[in-house]
Design a protein around this ligand. Structure first.
Ligand SMILES: [Zn+2]
Length: 488
């Protein structure tokens, strides 16, 4: 039988004959410095498997391939030779644990699944307006106050009960170790300067007016932003980042930078003073300058900062300062950034935001996305990422069905490049993963929903937005970038 492999290996050659293949098949392994990082070669012949790997990650990925061969060939497999290595070094999946909290056990299931498809970054969204989910020892109120909201009213659905949860530092270490064993780097995200309400609910001095604020219970973009003109607030952020750096041994740290309204800064003497002192002509520049300062602080600690593409607007950030995650932009600022040598992570809203319904983002659309096209500089695409925001994701079951199978399109693209195999061939490989995923406790969306016929797409979209959008959110603009523009 022919194995179903996902992601698609870069080179696969069939050799005549077939071998018995199961858990008991002998596997010999060796290392070769001639292979690219994370790369491996695998040969199945004479009822034996030979693996040659570039490094530990390469051997791990060879074993994932072997596992898929066993799972999809059922005892007898065509003899073959595979030579394989990823196109992109950064292949990520993202989970928002703020809007709805998903705990250690759920995350472990997702991480286990992601590793099987050779994803190697877990982007962990830990702080936002509706919840602060990370224990910070120096500032205990962040979780004492910021980890619980009295109710949840996303999209007008009133849940009618408090929503609470955070990760202790011991739990974070557990997740980091669980990921490391699967060659996954954890990239925590501490959102700044916007999406900061939960922090300000705990420590009101962080805001421009110092007035108390309540943790948010609805979806949207909120005016509560960090006062970047206040030295004490900036010191607070550095102290938090110190603890975050000590907890997460990885190379990257995400510091947000999206959807930060400017109204509070406009009315703030401290922020205006900082603009004057530093010769910053706009609020966009105030943000860019602050992100640059934080990135330099993190660099001293051996970390590279990642920021959402909005931070490029002020023009302060150069190719060496940060990695930029592109999700949506009116003016194409990531393109010149990439062309100047900057590294970009592609998380395109229209293709890789999996909180939206299949009617709006069908599997084929995600699969067909060419991440190398947007920046116009293929060598500057550093990574791809599938994102799962959870305002409207109220159960782990729903979370899984939104991610799977669409996340597999991201895994295929990040590993195999663009284009790879045909869409029908990809579908076959996806379907073969249903049972192995179910065995991990991860339900996959029924196939009938992956690519709805045109007459069913619109009703699916309307159903989603009817339940998801409130008049408030509509006033801000359907897509956040449009809402923010008015405030500048
Ligand atoms: Zn201020």
């Amino acid at each position: 039988m022919k194995p179903q492999l996902l992601p698609c290996p870069r080179k696969l050659r069939r050799i005549s004959g077939a071998s018995r293949l199961d858990e008991a098949t002998p596997v010999a392994t060796q290392r070769s410095a001639a292979l690219p990082p994370e790369g491996y070669a695998l040969t199945l012949e004479n009822d034996r498997v030979q693996i040659t790997a570039a490094d530990d990650a390469g051997e791990f990925y060879a074993r994932q391939t072997l596992r898929q061969m066993i799972e999809t060939c059922g005892g007898a497999c065509d003899n073959l030779e595979i030579e394989d290595a990823p196109v992109l070094a950064y292949r990520a999946f993202h989970v928002d644990c703020c809007r709805h909290f998903y705990g250690v056990d759920d995350l472990k299931k997702l991480i286990e699944a992601a590793a099987r498809f050779k994803l190697n970054v877990f982007h962990w969204h830990l702080t936002d307006d509706q919840g602060w989910r990370l224990e910070i020892k120096r500032y205990p109120r962040l979780t004492e106050v910021g980890a619980t909201r009295p109710d949840s009213r996303f999209g007008g659905v009133i849940e009618g009960k408090p929503h609470s949860g955070y990760f202790t530092q011991a739990q974070v270490r557990e997740i980091v170790a669980f990921c490391a064993a699967r060659h996954i780097e954890v990239v925590p995200e501490i959102e700044l300067p916007g999406h900061f309400t939960a922090a300000m609910a705990a420590y009101s001095f962080l805001g421009c007016t110092g007035a108390p604020v309540e943790i948010e219970m609805t979806a949207g973009i909120f005016p509560h932003v960090l006062c970047v003109g206040n030295p004490e607030a900036r010191e607070f952020v550095r102290q938090v980042l110190d603890e975050v750096c000590a907890l997460f041994p990885g190379r990257y740290l995400h510091i947000g930078g999206d959807e930060a309204p400017r109204a509070a800064w406009q009315g703030c003497a401290h922020c205006r003073e900082r603009m004057e002192q530093r010769g910053l002509p706009s609020f966009d520049a105030l943000q860019g300058d602050y992100i640059k300062e934080l990135a330099a602080y993190l660099k001293e600690k051996g970390k590279t900062a990642i920021t959402w593409n909005e931070s490029l607007k002020g023009g302060q950030l150069g190719a060496d300062d940060v990695l930029v995650q592109r999700w949506m932009e009116r003016k194409p600022l990531t393109k010149p950034f990439a062309q100047a040598g900057g590294r970009v992570i592609e998380a395109d809203f229209y293709h890789y935001y999996f909180d939206y319904p299949y009617g709006m983002t069908p599997l084929k659309k995600s699969f067909s996305f060419d991440p190398f096209k947007k920046t116009g500089a293929p060598t500057s695409v550093f990574g791809v990422e599938g994102c799962l925001w959870t305002e409207f994701v109220r159960s782990f079951n729903d979370l899984c069905e939104k991610l799977f199978p669409r996340l597999l399109a991201v895994a295929e693209r990040g590993w195999s490049g663009f284009p790879t195999r045909s869409f029908p061939a990809f579908l076959e490989a996806v379907e073969a993963q249903r049972a192995p995923l179910a065995a991990l406790g991860i339900p996959m969306r029924p196939r009938v929903d992956w690519d709805l016929p045109p007459h069913r797409r619109l009703p699916d979209i309307i159903r989603f937005f009817k339940g998801s959008l409130t008049p408030d959110l509509l006033r801000q603009g359907l897509f956040p970038d449009s809402g923010k523009k008015k405030e500048q």
